[in-house]
Design a protein. Structure first.
Length: 287
């Protein structure tokens, strides 16, 4: 057998291997291995495959997935995925959920092309990737089955990207926590301005969007933009739906902390105006 230092290629085809053996010994022997040739057995009962942190290449992934005809969930997080390939062939017909968190992928068009290779995909996790914008250059038919999308902790910083999500025909569940775009807004503003833009959305960041919530958000959206010059295209759509909405009157209901009272005492001929603290008790005021 080749020395540990020289061993770079391992061929295990037809070796009838049934178990790994001593893990420490095997890992020590394969420190410099760059390529393994192995016949993968068919795994028709496998429903979940976890390849997190393996830095698997797309070519190898494609070979693995050919042996998993009924796979439902695929975990690819913490891999340095290179999605720049001209191969657009289908990888797997059955996968419905893909986890691609922290994979250093930022090109939305490449992500769309990759997802398209899983025609049954309904849920995609893309958290903590350097995705700066959602701009559709490819046909949206490639994402026709996508219902749930997690873009939490990405680098999205423009409303045009949220508008782009509205173009996904089946998207009903979205998570976009901790993105730069929403940092300057309070919680209510975030909900209203996102919900009004994505008309088919039913769940935002885990919370169900009721019909009442949607109407409130759409009316808020109209009020928010009615005096601004940068009206998005949703504005005209929502005006057609709700009409022009009156501005809400701001009423300050903050309780007063002080008051001015007129104090008059006949016995001492005392007459004066005093400002008193309304948070103090009568006993404290009499001292």
């Amino acid at each position: 057998m080749a020395s540990k230092r020289a061993l770079e290629l391992v061929v295990l085809n037809n070796a009838n291997i049934s178990h790994l053996g001593n893990v420490a010994e095997v890992s020590g022997l394969m420190q410099h291995v760059a390529e393994i040739s192995i016949d993968l057995p068919s795994a028709p009962l496998l429903h979940t495959l976890i390849l997190n942190g393996t830095n698997v290449m797309l070519k190898s992934l494609s070979s693995i997935l050919k042996q998993t005809p009924f796979l439902q969930e695929l975990h690819l997080s913490d891999n340095q995925l290179d999605l720049s390939t001209d191969d657009t062939s289908i990888m797997n017909e059955s996968v419905k959920t893909i986890h691609m968190n922290r994979c250093r992928v930022g090109d939305w068009d490449l992500i769309v092309r990759f997802i398209h290779r899983f025609p049954s995909l309904k849920t995609a996790f893309l958290c903590e990737n350097p995705i700066k914008s959602v701009a559709h250059q490819s046909s949206l038919d490639k994402l026709s089955s996508l219902q749930s999308l997690n873009l939490g902790k990405t680098d999205i910083s423009d409303w045009e990207s949220i508008d782009g999500l509205d173009r996904l025909p089946s998207l009903v569940d979205l998570r976009i926590l901790a993105i730069p775009l929403l940092e300057s807004f309070n919680e209510d503003e975030r909900i209203h301005l996102v919900v009004a833009r994505i008309r088919n959305l039913r769940v935002l960041n885990g919370s169900i969007i009721t019909l009442e919530q949607r109407e409130q958000s759409e009316r808020y959206f109209i009020r928010y933009y009615q005096d601004r010059d940068d009206k998005p295209y949703h504005y005209a759509r929502l005006i057609e739906k709700h009409g022009h909405v009156e501005k809400l009157v701001k009423v300050d209901l903050t309780p007063k902390s002080s008051a001015v009272v007129q104090v008059f005492c006949e016995e001492s001929n005392y007459n004066a105006k005093l400002r008193i603290n309304l948070n103090r008790s009568v006993g404290q005021l009499m001292k």
